[in-house]
Design a protein around this ligand. Structure first.
Ligand SMILES: NC(=O)c1ccc[n+]([C@@H]2O[C@H](COP(=O)([O-])OP(=O)(O)OC[C@H]3O[C@@H](n4cnc5c(N)ncnc54)[C@H](O)[C@@H]3O)[C@@H](O)[C@H]2O)c1
Ligand SMILES: N[C@@H](CCC=O)C(=O)O
Length: 540
């Protein structure tokens, strides 16, 4: 077709409430019962064909009811990984030669399917496999996933329209080529939307991809792959391999065609991937693009002028929604003694104690379980240490129980040592450390420097001058800063997401900043009447 096309305008998907009596609640509950009643074969998808990985099996369970197996997967082997690399290579020429509009329409169709007939499946799989409540699944597996697909199409179109100036007699063009080789997308357990975005964003820009989801997110990943196929994604464009990824990395990180890594997960794993790429640098055809969004130790800093009710709500929601398993979750708070003693302490403690965590298929709960036995053990050990530390006082929670599910109670700890690991280490769970301060200047330095991370942060103040001043002094302490709001819940297209320092490369998922990493532009200059003699005028 000869046309300069615009793409449909992107809008954020409205969040459904799942309140009692709503149509969406009944429909979701039916799908939950169906998926819980299945024992799915969680296959790989390589070159459009499904097969089980060749390695050891792994059960995918409900974290809040760990005896209930939802499906079985298998770790990918080196042979599986080699097949995935080959499939990505075979699909590459056809995929990159499709027009942008043809590629984009596949992802726009996937967005519409996710907004309609696939919504319940994605939400139910995320609730069951990752222990999200209905609302936490909705903002992730439905709305954010849909937003990533629609907004990326919009941002990608703007990127392609980015063209250079041309002097008279010439025409300069930028050809926004994909990378030469495959992109290796490795995704975390905690967001179905992130798991979908990491392979689809490079694919939209014309790349082919090997996608390695987290074992504990494999049920929702499985359905995401089916959704993309239903939207018409050609075989081999995204090749999903399963399991822990160790054998896949052995192959992919040593392969000359590795063109990029699109990672979200822990800082430790990203640093390992980066070091391996560094060690293999002479191996590659191009310099691989390394994009990684990683851990956080996200803060709330309250000024004495803060509104205590708004602050208490942000502390509880920001720390304990999805059991604190958001990279953005508030895990340390710095509050002035005046507010703390005047009722904030009692309010935060009481509201935290009142939170109900349980089986998320019962929609009355505020939260569910932590993701697996490893996370449970990490939290149990942290809580045992806290309870024995003289500088720490547990104000709410502090208990754990894994008899039925991996349950850790939401916990508020007041700690008099601002250098304690509570303020420096990412536990990735429902533990909020509070430091009560007398000296604002000292605490700003603590908030800035105590941890190696710089992902999200929130400042609470009603004094406009204080808000400005604190924002300036904490400029590099967070890639996403919230003023008088909790530090979680970034919305695609509204708060581009990512952090600096040890929190990642800050390439802002769901924005043009991210998409630009998956292209390697070629500049083309055409001269309409080229010179026909060598001599310059000054030589006459
Ligand atoms: N900054 C962000 O945008 C963001 C978003 C979500 C999660 N996170 C971070 O993710 C972490 C929690 O997620 P997680 O527990 O899934 O992280 P993780 O690092 O344990 O695992 C992430 C992924 O890496 C895989 N993996 C681990 N070692 C590998 C290897 N050698 N080769 C290939 N794959 C390998 C895992 O199987 C998983 O798929 C937290 O640190 C959190 O802060 C960050
Ligand atoms: N983007 C999400 C967090 C993603 C990390 O887990 C938020 O803003 O809460």
């Amino acid at each position: 077709m000869d046309a300069v096309l615009t793409v449909p305008e992107a809008h954020n998907e409205p969040v459904l409430s799942y309140a009692p009596g709503t149509a969406e609640r009944g429909s979701l509950e039916r799908r939950l019962a169906e998926l819980a009643g299945e024992r799915a074969e969680l296959t790989m998808t390589i070159g459009g064909r499904t097969r089980m990985g060749g390695g050891a099996p792994a059960d995918v369970v409900q974290p809040h009811r760990h005896a209930h197996v939802l499906g079985v997967t298998r770790h990918a082997t080196r042979a599986d990984a080699l097949d995935a690399v080959a499939a990505a290579g075979e699909a590459a020429p056809g995929w990159r030669d499709l027009s942008y509009e043809a590629r984009a329409s596949i992802f726009l169709k996937a967005a519409d399917l996710a907004a309609g007939p696939w919504r319940d499946t994605l939400n139910a799989a995320t609730m069951l496999g990752q222990s999200k409540t209905a609302i936490q699944a909705e903002i992730d597996a439905a709305c954010e996933l849909i937003d990533f697909l629609r907004f990326n199409v919009h941002f990608g179109r703007k990127l392609l329209a980015e063209q250079p100036a041309s002097a008279p007699g010439t025409w300069n063009r930028l050809d926004h080529r994909p990378l030469e080789g495959f992109v290796y997308a490795i995704t975390p357990f905690n967001f179905t939307a992130i798991a979908a975005n990491l392979p689809t964003a490079p694919a939209l820009m014309g790349n082919t991809v090997i996608w390695k989801p987290s074992v504990t997110q494999q049920l929702a990943a499985h359905h995401t792959m089916r959704l993309l196929e239903a939207a018409g994604l050609p075989p081999g464009v995204i090749n999903m391999v399963t399991g822990d990824g160790l054998a896949v990395s052995d192959v992919a990180l040593a392969h000359p065609d590795l063109a990029g890594i699109h990672f979200t997960g822990s800082t430790r794993v990203f640093q390992h991937l980066w070091a391996t790429v560094g060690a293999n640098l002479g191996t590659y055809r191009s310099y691989p693009r390394l994009v990684g969004e990683t851990g956080g130790k996200d803060f709330i800093l309250a000024h004495p002028s803060a509104d205590p009710a708004a602050l208490a709500t942000a502390m509880v929601r920001g720390a304990f929604e999805y059991q604190g398993q958001k990279c953005s979750a508030a895990s340390r708070a710095y509050v002035p003694r005046s507010l703390w003693a005047a009722g904030l302490r009692d309010r935060v403690a009481a509201e935290t104690e009142a939170l109900s965590y349980g089986d998320v298929t019962d929609l009355k709960h505020f939260g569910g379980a932590v993701i697996d036995a490893r996370a449970f053990a990490r939290h149990a050990a942290a809580l045992d240490r806290i309870k024995a530390a003289p500088s720490c006082t547990v104000l709410a929670g502090g208990t754990y129980d894994d008899e039925v599910g991996y349950f850790v109670r939401p916990t508020v700890v007041e700690c008099t040592d601002p250098a304690d690991e509570l303020f420096t280490t990412e536990y990735f769970g429902p533990i909020l450390a509070v430091y009560v301060y007398d000296d604002l200047d000292e605490v700003v330095r603590q908030a800035d420097a105590a941890s190696p991370y710089a992902l999200t942060g929130a400042i609470f103040a009603r004094d406009r001058g204080a808000l400005e001043d604190l924002g300036r002094r904490l400029r590099f302490a967070a890639g996403n800063l919230y003023l008088n709001d909790k530090p979680t819940g970034a919305v695609v297209g509204q708060q581009p997401f990512g952090g600096g320092r040890a929190s990642g490369t800050n390439d802002k998922a769901g924005s043009w900043h991210n998409l630009v990493r998956w292209t390697s532009p070629r500049t083309i200059k055409e001269t309409f009447a080229p010179p026909t003699s060598v001599a310059y005028p000054h030589m006459r």
